[in-house]
Design a binder for this molecule. Structure first.
Ligand code: PAF
Length: 289
């Protein structure tokens, strides 16, 4: 497995591997969710690359950039075992050299939900993903559905900027109690970790309400609020029932495909999760998990 640290090295490797290429972009501290993306990439492409870059541009002031968990050696071993051929591992200086001043902003889609709580986040994500796609030149790039808004922002920028890449969305991978895998789960104390299953419990409750015929968005949001409210260690940041494509908040009844998402704080740790209500093909539900 090759390790490439600058845009020039990465481009040269790509030029020497002209077959179909899959890319799994990550910020490292890999878990089974990342590895599911990497393995799918390996299965679907001639060659596969992953990137590891903790992107300072997507962390706001006071967020966890400095303490974001890192374990490069373990990450590289896991990627090698998953069958990845090359890892793009740029330093901050290679990604944002002195004088850097160009950013990619996706407008409407990036504003609500995570964007409302984290104002610079999607500008940072859109910028780094555009740069990664530009340098690596993959045919397919793999992202998890846990970051539902990120996925939509990236699909939008790929369409709007005519980038020649297919964005492949992969199912959320969960722990046995339903908690969506996330590098940030590592921050949780044992008590918070036990309490964190409240996110998936709340989503499952909303799915049950929906299955019972409840379509009123406010009733679904209220159901989630009640479940999260029953967990003293968790503080609900937001719950949203939105149109799955535009992310516009639904007033009245959910029609077609809806995205129910939430963010919950456990002390300084903020976790997100979501479920699709309605028509998504292939299913994205938590039921039975
Ligand atoms: O989902 C992530 O880990 C990051 O937001 C991404 C897509 C790698 C961009 O830094």
């Amino acid at each position: 497995m090759k390790i490439l640290q600058t845009p020039a090295e990465m481009r040269a490797w790509r030029a020497a591997h002209p077959g179909s290429l899959g890319l799994t972009p990550t910020m490292g501290y890999l878990h089974d969710g990342h590895l599911a993306l990497a393995r799918r990439s390996v299965a679907e492409n001639d060659v596969s690359a992953a990137s590891i870059f903790v992107n300072p541009a997507q962390f706001g002031p006071g967020e966890d950039y400095e303490r974001y968990p890192r374990d490069e050696e373990r990450d590289l071993a896991l990627l090698r075992d998953a069958g990845i051929d090359a890892v793009y591992l740029p330093g901050v200086e290679a990604m944002y050299p002195e004088g850097y001043q160009t950013y990619v902003t996706v407008e409407g889609l990036a504003q609500g939900l995570e964007g409302a709580s984290r104002p610079v986040h999607f500008r940072g994500v859109a910028t780094v993903v555009t740069k990664l796609l530009n340098v690596v030149r993959p045919d397919r790039a793999y992202f998890g559905k846990k970051d539902a808004q990120q996925l939509r922002v990236i699909r939008r920028l790929v369409r709007d900027l005519d980038l020649p890449v297919e964005i492949v969305a992969c199912e959320t991978v969960r722990e046995a109690d339903g908690l969506a895998m996330s590098s940030r789960n590592a921050y949780l104390t044992p008590e918070q970790r036990a309490a964190a299953s409240v996110l998936s419990r709340a989503l499952r409750w909303a799915e049950e309400l929906y299955a019972d015929g409840v379509r009123d968005a406010e009733s679904l949001r209220a159901g989630v609020r009640a479940v999260v409210g029953s967990e003293p260690l968790g503080e609900l940041d937001y719950v949203s029932v939105a149109d799955s494509e535009t992310l516009a908040e639904v007033e009245g009844e959910v029609a077609g495909e809806g995205l129910l998402s939430l963010a919950v704080r456990f002390g300084a740790v903020r976790l997100i999760d979501n479920v699709t209500l309605g028509e998504e093909k292939g299913g994205d539900g938590l039921s039975g998990s």
